[in-house]
Design a protein around this ligand. Structure first.
Ligand SMILES: NC(=O)c1ccc[n+]([C@@H]2O[C@H](COP(=O)([O-])OP(=O)(O)OC[C@H]3O[C@@H](n4cnc5c(N)ncnc54)[C@H](O)[C@@H]3O)[C@@H](O)[C@H]2O)c1
Ligand SMILES: [Zn+2]
Length: 706
């Protein structure tokens, strides 16, 4: 694949191949983003592909394609809309990412104009993250409105534009012909309200305000646009019968007088230093503007100079967009909340003023633990240059791909005078028990055990989760509700299995309640009944013992075979000594930490009683030792694609019971890949590595299940 080769090492043939690939990938991305309002790449991915394309073209100018993405703006208008040919093309903007790029831009402007020594003035204003619209007025009357489209031809959205309150329908004192250009956007508050309304009515929700604005303006039915709260900032113009002013700043002032909304953060700057200072200022205010911006746009202020500078193929020479980094944004830390997990761990969560980072609205970030808040890493080393995090701070959020957002930095110059160091709670905020921190452990834990409602609810959620009891119709939401239910409380797992008999005895029947009907209640009782018989490994895992995951639970189940044997051994075992301990830590894969944690659980009286009450309701199955004579014993297998005869979990359990090792990824150590329909990269890798590949039926035949 040419995609993996660095630009510097590409041969000419590879470069041509790669340019063809990029042209196709970027054309698809443009259509997804501009026509369908449903991007499949992140902006950072898109931008990096586009930069790669430009870098290859710079190295091999002769190979530049006719359909080069560098020469294209947006995407062609979608079918369904009428088309409008722009009297003056609507272009894109060149990008600056670093401060040096801004100085470089100023230098190139002055060089082009032969003003090497003199200074040029610029306007600096927020780059609104919406979609651009050109609105044409003739003799003061709005005659048409068009999206940018591919820059030359846009979509006719006149009826839709007429529904936007910020766009005047009549102008007084305007030139006979005036095309006003600007950005249609949606405010954060309106975006939240729209998404809430959409999810209530089962409609489509939007990932971010830009997609919502684009999806709302580009509606074939203008009554839908009307129902969406769109806004408009004017910042430019197209066709004109008479100049608006001699300067960019003057023209913007004129648009304001004519009744348009123009951005209040627009400022005239004397040069790069000024521009960057204003960029920092806008960046700091970003999260509090109430709408999304993705950078700052600088434009040469003198319109005569703009005219001399003119355009490149898709961008003006007199303007540039200084983008905010795609994965970072500054926002305010409003509060620190403490969540209490299943094992009592107190996890601090940062509540942030919502800010859009890489196309996703971020309002929470993890703070890990008290050391992290104080500016210390796992080994006591400094993080963020040792800066602590305080409520009220202006913080930089980092979010890339699917990673949980983090606090990357703190702006000490913006720290409020009354901000105090965060004091981590020493008692559990949910049950007021002591929260203790063991030596060498970064985490502080609530010691309340079962009396802690937060731990109890998390334990219940874990108990009903997929890999544990997996009871249909009884998920996290339902156990949370039952936990606080006055008539049918579920305080611990055992209570799930007495629900039906308690409901029968109760006056207010569950089936009469909101959200429950006779059928769903009947199904629930049946689903619970079915799980009284439970594989031993699942039961052990479901107890939610700290340090004991699915794999460890499997090992214990296989080793002890029955609940009685397991319980007996755990009752007898002492941490660190005796035959039962030796037997336990003798299991391949069971370490001292895990063993001690299991024993401790059985030694805690309340915990133990709760387990006994649960098991009294169940018929735990015996764990089947893997058959060593099975054809797959000792083999490493990987499942990929869709299985049709059983779920992935079932297939995995089955393979393991036959002594196979199930792995998640294909490597040279893989013996068999079982590939269902839709198998992707794993199947390809298996072929490359010469790994034997079977379909589901062949696999079932091999293990004698068919
Ligand atoms: N994720 C994807 O798949 C995907 C695909 C295509 C494009 N994109 C994203 O779209 C962007 C490229 O699109 P683009 O060509 O529209 O460039 P752009 O958005 O970077 O810049 C040009 C646009 O900025 C807007 N703008 C906002 N405020 C402005 C102001 N004050 N003055 C002047 N213009 C202002 C105008 O609408 C103008 O058309 C990139 O950020 C890219 O990441 C993403
Ligand atoms: Zn607690």
């Amino acid at each position: 694949m040419t995609a993996d080769i660095s630009v510097e090492t590409l041969t000419a043939d590879q470069a041509a191949q790669e340019l063809a690939r990029l042209a196709s990938v970027l054309a698809h991305a443009n259509a997804d983003y501009h026509q369908k309002d449903a991007p499949n790449l992140t902006d950072a991915q898109y931008d990096s592909l586009k930069r790669r394309n430009a870098a290859i073209e710079a190295r091999f100018p002769k190979l530049k394609r006719e359909d080069s993405p560098s020469d294209q703006v947006g995407a062609a208008p979608s079918d369904g809309f009428g088309k409008i040919t722009h009297a003056v093309r609507m272009l894109s903007l060149g990008n600056a990412f670093e401060d040096e790029d801004v100085a470089e831009f100023d230098k190139s402007v002055r060089k082009f104009l032969g003003l090497d020594a003199g200074a040029v003035e610029y306007t600096a204003e927020p780059k609104i993250d919406g979609l651009s619209l050109s609105v044409r007025y003739e003799n003061g009357v709005l005659t048409q409105a068009a999206t940018r489209g591919d820059g030359a031809v846009g979509e006719n959205v006149t009826a839709n534009a007429l529904t936007i309150g910020d766009i005047p329908q009549k102008l007084i004192g305007a030139p006979d012909v005036l095309e006003v250009r600007g950005e249609v956007y949606m405010s954060h508050a309106d975006f939240d309200a729209l998404n809430a309304r959409q999810s209530e009515t089962g409609g489509k929700t939007f990932a971010n305000p830009r997609n919502a604005a684009a999806g709302s303006l580009r509606q074939l039915d203008p009554t839908i646009t009307q129902s969406r709260p769109l806004k408009f900032f004017a910042y430019a113009w197209g066709d004109l019968s008479a100049p608006l002013a001699a300067r960019q700043s003057g023209a913007i002032a004129r648009l304001t007088e004519l009744g348009f909304q123009t951005n209040p953060l627009t400022k005239t700057c004397a040069g790069p230093e000024d521009m960057i200072a204003h960029y920092r200022e806008i960046e700091a205010q970003r999260a509090h503007l109430g709408y999304d911006i993705d950078g700052v746009v600088y434009k040469v202020d003198d319109l005569a100079l703009q005219a001399r500078l003119g355009f490149r193929s898709t961008t003006p020479r007199w303007a540039i967009a200084h983008k905010f980094p795609a994965e970072l944004a500054w926002t305010t830390l409003e509060a620190i909340d403490i969540q209490v997990g299943r094992t009592g761990a107190l996890s601090p969560v940062a509540r942030l003023t919502p800010v859009t980072v890489g196309g996703v609205v971020v309002s929470n970030a993890t703070l890990h633990n008290e050391d992290y808040i104080a500016g210390k890493g796992n080994k006591g080393e400094e993080i963020r240059g040792g800066k602590d995090v305080r409520v009220g701070d202006l913080v930089q959020v980092y979010r890339a791909g699917d990673v949980i957002p983090k606090i990357a930095d703190v702006d000490m110059s913006k720290r409020p005078a009354d901000a105090v160091p965060y004091v981590f709670p020493k008692i559990c905020p949910k049950c007021q028990s002591d929260a203790l921190r063991d030596d060498g452990d970064a985490v502080r834990r609530c010691t309340g055990g079962l009396i802690c409602p937060a731990q109890a609810v998390e334990k219940l959620k874990h108990f009903v989760s997929r890999a544990a009891f997996d009871i249909e119709g009884l998920g996290a939401k339902q156990v949370e509700a039952f936990y606080v239910d006055d008539q049918l409380p579920v305080k611990e797992p055992a209570d799930i299995f007495t629900l039906q008999s308690r409901d029968a005895a109760a006056l207010g029947k569950l089936s009469n309640r909101d959200g429950w009907g006779a059928t769903s209640v009947k199904n629930l009782w049946q689903a619970i009944e079915e799980k009284r018989e439970i594989p031993l490994a699942r039961l052990i895992f479901a107890l939610g013992i700290r340090h004991l995951g699915e794999a460890g639970s499997n090992l214990l189940a296989l080793h002890y075979g029955t609940w009685a044997a397991f319980e007996d051994a755990m009752t007898q075992a002492q941490i660190g000594e005796g035959a039962a301990w030796d037997d336990l830590v003798g299991i391949d894969g069971v370490g001292g930490v895990m063993a001690a944690s299991v024993i401790t659980t059985f030694q805690q009286t309340a915990e133990r009683a709760s387990i006994d009450r649960l098991v009294a309701q169940l018929r735990p199955q015996e764990a089947v030792k893997p058959k060593s004579d099975s054809p797959v014993a000792g083999k490493t297998v990987v499942f990929t694609g869709t299985l049709e005869k059983m779920t992935r979990a079932e297939a995995k359990a089955r393979a393991e019971s036959l002594g196979a090792k199930v792995s998640g990824s294909v490597s040279a150590k893989t013996d068999i890949l079982i590939a269902g329909p839709g198998a992707g990269s794993k199947a390809k890798k298996a072929t490359d590595l010469g790994v034997k590949t079977l379909d589901e039926d062949e696999w079932l035949a091999l293990i004698g299940a068919q």
